[in-house]
Write a protein that binds this ligand. Sequence first.
Ligand code: A2P
Length: 283
Amino acid sequence: MKSLKDCYTLNNGVCIPCIGFGTWQVPNGEVAVSAVKTALSIGYRHIDTAAVYGNEESVGLAIRESGIPREEIFVTSKLWNNAHGYKEAMDAFEQTMERLGLDYLDLYLIHWPNPIKYRNRWQEANAGTWKAMEELYKAERILSIGISNFRIHHIEELLKTAAVVPMVNQIRLCPGDTQDELVEYCRGHNILLEAYSPLGTGKIFDVPEMKALAEKYNKTIAQICIRWSLQMGFLPLPKSANPDRIKENSEVFDFELSQDDVKAIASLKGVCGYSSDPDKIPF
Ligand code: A2P
């Protein structure tokens, strides 16, 4: 990867820009519009939002007003936990598209595999949701479909009825939280790993080993994390609402971590905490 515009290739041949701009906790309105416009002006071409982030309107507005041709921007959104099942998913997708003000979506993900609302029948709920997403995919309303926070048993269950293998699994991946078995399983099925919270939602900045590496490479801790994520073969989704940090997080193509340092960062067990158990989330 040499620039923000370089791509990973999904299992359906679609090109997905190698760093996505994350928008979790970026408030709808001027903050989100301005953050997404800044990201696009710096060269990000991949924006990641979700129905539950509450900022789809602003994300869509920034994309439409950016002056960049729609087909040059990769846009992801996610189906929230209250809308699993065939009909619910169809309706939720249309609402997302209305809020975004776009006529197609590049990637749509099931946000969580086992919401509390469907806990006693998550298998059936995911199968219905996936059927809706497959139809929207075939109709080219969505160009790629995927999952988020799915563990191996959720994927195995989904694949029992799926006609389309998910293109992406978006999970929490950061230094010391590398979900190795799940990563290996996804790779075995040609499912790209997207890394949310690549900076450990901010927890990484106090870790002494990361400070030492930042000095060694003369880069910032955030840049070390994002570069590490890329060298792990993940697609990082760093989030920032601050223009200087949005730019800083994109400047990761002028250095390379040694393989020993990549391994050392992976082995910083627990420094950023661990991902939530999707079968126990209280939402
Ligand atoms: P802010 O939006 O004020 O920049 P993650 O991507 O792992 O979820 O981490 C996001 C958190 O890290 C946010 O609190 C964000 O705050 C902060 N952050 C993002 N980029 C940087 C950076 N380059 N330096 C310091 N903090 C950053």
